[in-house]
Design a protein around this ligand. Structure first.
Ligand code: PEP
Length: 250
């Protein structure tokens, strides 16, 4: 059986005005000139999704969003639905990112309902889990992330394309990364939790590592056991850095 292609997904967070579209264009052009071993996605702010989708049309770059509401439409000022994201050209969506969990109180149950909404609109969800520094120091990492997987992955994911992203909260945007042993221990535990939660489907979905991935550490992280790609924040904003991480996947 051939191994599935790794997934390298950029999370632009709340960064990027019009000129940022050019970074995506550069990524797309480079991948057209030399195709990547990995699948490549850019999860952009909602305001840029349609422009990015047009800019990379016909290229090997998937455009995604960073959040959705659970409903298809309604009186939810400021929100966008999965259907709206798909209509704008989005094909993927990040859900349950720690910044949404901490700043907006998003729970495992809400993340699971959002994952169902994503599937309803044909979006591929990337569901994030990760421990705080206090949880790691208390020796609770595996318990915390496995509980998050169990609560955030709805049964409807079985048989569909999705990914889980392991993002230790203390490693996001800090320049700190866990050791390779720590990454492997988390990913192996997550794989078992995914299989317990979803059966066979939980054995094949990629588990991305996220948290201060950069060109200088991507290759060794991507070789670690059960690491099926990366979710990249800061280093995804510049085409050259992002492409270096994409190329590190093979
Ligand atoms: C993220 O927020 O998903 C992330 C991984 O950020 P960074 O790469 O900047 O740590």
């Amino acid at each position: 059986m051939t191994a599935p292609r790794p997934l390298i997904a950029g999370n632009w967070k709340m960064f990027g005005l019009g000129p940022a579209v050019d970074e995506a264009r550069q990524v797309a052009a480079a991948l057209t000139a030399r195709p990547a071993a990995a699948r490549v996605a850019i999860c952009a702010p909602a305001t840029l999704v349609e422009r990015l989708a047009r800019a990379v049309e016909g290229c090997d770059v998937i455009v995604g969003g960073q959040d959705i509401h659970t409903e298809a439409c309604g009186a939810f000022t400021g929100d966008i639905s999965a259907e709206m994201l798909a209509d704008a050209g989005g094909r993927m969506v990040i859900l349950g990112h720690s910044e949404r969990r901490s700043a907006y109180g998003e729970s495992d149950a809400l993340t699971a309902t959002k994952a169902e909404a994503a599937l309803r609109a044909g979006l591929e969800p990337i569901i994030c889990v990760g421990e705080t520094l206090a949880e790691r120091e208390a020796g609770r990492t595996l318990e915390v992330i496995c509980r998050q997987v169990q609560g955030s992955l709805p049964p409807a994911l079985a048989g569909t394309a999705f990914a889980v992203a392991y993002e230790p909260i203390w490693a996001i945007g800090t320049g700190l990364t866990p050791t390779l042993d720590q990454i492997e221990a988390s990913h192996v535990a997550l794989r078992a939790a995914m299989a317990r939660t979803l059966g066979e489907a939980g054995r094949s979905a990629p588990i991305l590592y996220g948290g201060s991935v950069k060109p200088s550490n991507a290759a060794e992280i991507l070789k670690a056991k059960e690491v099926g790609g990366a979710l990249v924040g800061g280093a995804s904003l510049k085409a050259a850095d992002f492409l270096a991480i994409v190329r590190a996947a093979g």
